[in-house]
Design a protein around this ligand. Structure first.
Ligand code: GLA
Length: 387
């Protein structure tokens, strides 16, 4: 978690007395990968890494963003927002202002300091945590309120329409709506969700393969295009199918000949993954952690083999996890192509697990991995401080 007091002081020295501060968390996804743009199910938890946005209304006609981690300032005018992304950190806050404007929210000029501890490019949704923290701050500046799902949708629009990643709603949703000590089973079609408690004797251990990934363009959008191709083929055989969420494996088989082999495999991952999320929700709610672990293993295999979104380093981390003390389940989490594994580990073994997997990965891959012992955290909120 980011320490608030030093950040407030830093903001005050640069911009004057802070008016308010907001935080939004990163997330880890337990199961349900690439299902969130097909109307499907996901099961993320917000984690205790976050982005904090401290802001003050500006007295003149210019706005300033300061990224404390990068020690970089960006000057702009809220009434003449940049029209194109710069392909750097500014795209997320500017994209949010651009998107909120489309929702009719006009923000007065402001100064803002941003600081985060969500590891960047690690598949833990640092970008959504920035977007949601900025959205909360911007809405407060504008004196407007919005339902949490509307805020999540506005941040998703920033990602899709400004930043250029065709991602789904999962990351922004969980950053807004996360529940402490729970994972959330989110239905990405109707945007409802159900909290499932994580057992008190289980820890979320996240292992960073240190292989960086990026979503803007590249592999993520390429996979999505293959999923769209498969969905069109399935729909042309059965028009009752609105989204891939509605399709069964039998539907997919019927349409197999009219799509590429890649599209077929990507869709097979998604159809089987939706079924796994449903089963995982039942396993968690009945405390059947053994089944939960098996489902995570099956999800990893499907993500690796059918969706082709893993990499050798991440596969190694999953393999090594199986031999560590207290392991319940392990899989690649997030958008894929590097990033982190999520591991459910018996709490009493969490430290031994951390050391064991770190040393084994160092020996086998020659990589000094960051391993995080996390708690499932609450969603975004305003932070209290003495003014
Ligand atoms: C990224 C996207 C999400 C989701 C995951 C894969 O995190 O931002 O919308 O598609 O990848 O499950």
């Amino acid at each position: 978690m980011i320490a608030l007091e030093p950040l407030l002081r830093q903001h005050a020295e640069r911009f004057g007395a802070p008016q308010s501060a907001f935080q939004a968390p990163g997330r880890v996804n337990l199961i349900g990968e690439h299902t969130d743009y097909t109307g499907g199910l996901v099961m993320p938890a917000a984690i205790d890494f976050n982005t904090v946005a401290v802001m003050t209304p500006a007295k003149n006609s210019a706005s300033v963003l300061y990224a404390s981690n990068l020690q970089k300032e960006f000057h702009f005018d809220v009434n003449g927002l940049p029209e194109k992304p710069k392909h750097d950190w500014t795209d997320y806050p500017i994209g949010v202002l651009w998107s909120l404007r489309q929702s009719g929210v006009t923000v007065p000029q402001f100064t803002m300091t941003l600081e985060g501890d969500v590891p960047l490019g690690a598949g833990l949704s640092s970008s959504a945590s920035i977007e949601v923290a900025v959205a909360f701050a911007a809405l407060s500046l504008a004196g407007k309120s919005m339902p949490l799902t509307e805020i999540a949708l506005a941040c998703k629009r920033a990602e899709n329409g400004f930043v250029g990643a065709q991602s789904g709603i999962m990351d922004q949703y969980i950053a807004c709506c996360g529940v402490k000590d729970h994972a959330l089973v989110i239905d990405t079609r109707d945007l409802t969700s159900q909290p499932e408690p994580l057992p008190a004797n289980v820890r979320l251990v996240i292992c960073n393969s240190m292989v960086k990934h990026s979503h803007a363009g590249g592999e993520y959008n390429a996979r999505r295009a293959e999923v769209d191709e498969g969905t069109r083929a399935v729909r042309s055989i059965n028009p009752a199918i609105r989204e891939l969420r509605d399709a069964t494996l039998a539907d997919l088989e019927k349409a197999h000949a009219s799509m590429s082999e890649n599209a077929y495999r990507r869709c097979r991952h998604i159809i089987t993954e939706n079924a796994r999320v449903k089963e995982a929700a039942a396993a968690l709610s009945s405390g059947n952690m053994k089944r939960m672990g098996q489902l995570m293993a099956e999800a990893h295999a499907s993500y690796r083999d059918d969706f082709a979104a893993s990499c050798p380093e991440v596969d190694l981390l999953v393999e090594l996890a199986a031999a560590q003390p207290g392991i319940i389940g392990a899989r690649l989490t997030g958008g894929g192509f590097g990033g982190c594994t999520v591991n459910l580990v018996e709490a009493a073994c969490a430290e031994a697990f951390r050391k064991g997997i770190h040393d084994a990965y160092l020996e086998r891959a020659g990589i000094d991995a960051d391993i995080y012992l996390c708690q499932a955290a609450a969603g975004a909120s305003e932070l209290a401080f003495a003014r």
